[in-house]
Design a protein around this ligand. Structure first.
Ligand code: G3P
Length: 497
């Protein structure tokens, strides 16, 4: 009977289970969206139990659809929305509060206080991150400070902290295993990425008890097995875990120093592999752990854009301008330009290179002639402009010229966007055959752990281009349009400063 690897891709707006065969091809997909909670402006929360329910649904659904037995699954790989923070009771497994999502801004005051104490540089040097509400550390502190009785229980060792990978492994193993991997640990603001350990000094500043923290492991190793009542009667190894953006870098086979990918998901995240060197950024990029494989870690430089696909979702669910994301390609192509309209989708602040957590979205350049098509096109273009901001930072920091960009994520199906991206960057944009690279990366990591694949070489040989977009825009037009974007961002920031 044929064997498969099951990848669980737990994202910001939906959970997915994807079954891959030995050739790295998608056999079947199951997906379920779950509820988003917005308790106050700028706050975003999930219910960790609802996430778990959706993951269980997808696991059983994907096997049913593919007509595959659980015994044919050789390994499970987990990849997850990163930074999102869950705190739960060690014994009962019951979360003490909602999961605070990476996009949530509710810890702005905590970040501000830490900055006032002059601690940003210490955090940056040790973790490669900035004091922004994006990361988990201040979210854990917020839960301990705001939920009654929780700090005391944490200090007594009764509670566990985890990002979503940790939460899912805990649930899948029936509460037996409390681990995370290097890539996820490196997003917490509590992990020293040079010494590869939880950092006591930072934990002190954040007032987070060490007893809550998971053990940090390689991204490719067997952490435990599913307990039979959770996975159709089978004890399947959980062989890999990796934050979704790092998993995509792995799935894009960016194994060599200098190789980069950009994922267009809820947000947009560009990562460049920097090998065994933790490159410190001077231009607002993050230094992060890419993965640990065979006891050896790789580092990456990352540009984080908070709103990308979710801007298209806003056109659909907020403004009701479109019914499906797929329509945006045709709509954008119905006009030749945006006629000077710019959308700056800073709904939850701005990430790389601005790091302005107070900025909020704006639309510029409207005239009486502005139509839906202009607004849709301007929203798509904003993804490409934000990516160009990040590429600039990366080229400056790494001192490398970007020749090609590998892309993945839902929005790369939009040919208009990919062509515009290539035009804006003036580089080739390569879209792979398997564009579910995040899930594929997690599958590869899980498969490597059990010998389903033998080496990174096997994996690199499976990577294929589906379509390459060549730059067609002339330089003057490119510069003009990009200048307009820079002015729009400046004006957006001025409004809230
Ligand atoms: O750091 C946040 C990132 O991991 C979220 O990814 O795919 O849910 O947009 P995604």
């Amino acid at each position: 009977m044929e064997k498969y690897v099951l990848s669980l891709d737990q994202g910001t707006t939906s959970s997915r289970a994807i079954l891959f065969n030995h050739s790295g091809e998608i056999v079947e997909v199951a997906q379920q969206e779950f509820k988003q909670y917005f308790p106050e402006p700028g706050s975003v929360e999930h219910d960790a139990n609802e996430i778990w329910t959706s993951v269980q649904h997808c696991m059983t659904e994907v096997l049913r659809k593919a007509d595959v037995e659980a015994s044919q699954v050789v390994s499970i790989g987990i990849t997850n929305q990163r930074e999102t923070t869950v705190v739960w009771d060690r014994e009962t497994g019951k979360p003490v509060y909602k999961a605070i999502v990476w996009q949530s801004r509710q810890t702005e005051d905590i970040c501000h206080d830490l900055k006032q104490q002059g601690l940003e540089e210490t955090f940056r040097q040790k973790t490669g991150l900035l004091l922004d509400p994006y990361f988990s550390g201040t979210k854990v502190k917020w839960i301990l400070d705001h939920v009654e009785g929780v700090r005391e229980r944490a200090e007594n060792g009764e509670l566990m902290f985890g990002t979503i990978d940790t939460w899912l492994i805990y649930k899948l193993t029936g509460g037996d295993v409390h681990v995370t991997d290097y890539s996820n640990a490196s997003r917490t603001l509590m992990y020293n990425i040079h010494e590869l350990k939880w950092d006591d000094e930072l934990l002190d500043y954040l007032t987070v008890p060490k007893a809550m923290l998971p053990e940090v492991k390689d991204s490719s190793e067997v952490y435990g097995h599913t307990v039979d009542y959770h996975f159709l009667g089978e004890n399947v190894p959980i062989g890999g875990a990796c934050g979704d953006q790092q998993a995509a870098l792995f799935g894009q086979a960016c194994f060599e120093k200098g190789m980069a990918k950009n994922t267009y998901g809820t947000g947009c995240f560009m990562l460049m592999n920097t090998g065994d060197e933790a490159v410190a950024s001077e231009h607002g990029l993050l230094t992060t752990l890419a993965w640990g494989v065979d006891g050896k870690v790789h580092y990456a430089l990352e540009g984080s854009i908070f709103v990308a696909g979710s801007a298209i979702q806003w056109l659909r669910d907020g403004l009701h301008l479109i019914e499906t994301a797929a329509e945006t390609e045709d709509l954008a192509l119905q006009v030749n330009t945006t006629d000077g309209v710019y959308v700056v989708p800073a709904f939850v602040g701005l990430g790389t290179p601005y790091w302005d957590s107070q900025a909020r979205g704006a639309v510029f350049g409207l005239t009486r002639g502005s139509e839906k098509e202009h607004l849709v096109r301007a929203t798509l273009e904003s993804l490409a402009y934000q990516t160009k901001d990040v590429v600039h930072a990366m080229v400056e920091d790494a001192g490398l010229e970007l020749k090609k960009l590998r892309v993945d994520g839902g929005a790369v199906r939009n040919n208009f966007l990919m062509q515009f991206q290539s035009d804006m960057l003036d580089v080739e944009v390569e879209r792979p055959v398997v564009n579910e690279t995040t899930a594929l990366g997690a599958a590869y990591l899980a498969g490597l752990a059990v010998g389903f694949w033998n080496s990174k070489n096997d994996i690199a040989n499976q990577w294929n281009v589906e379509r390459t977009f060549q730059p067609e825009m002339d330089e003057e037009q490119r510069n003009d349009q990009y200048d307009g974007w820079k002015r729009a961002v400046k004006a957006t920031q001025a409004f809230t400063s």
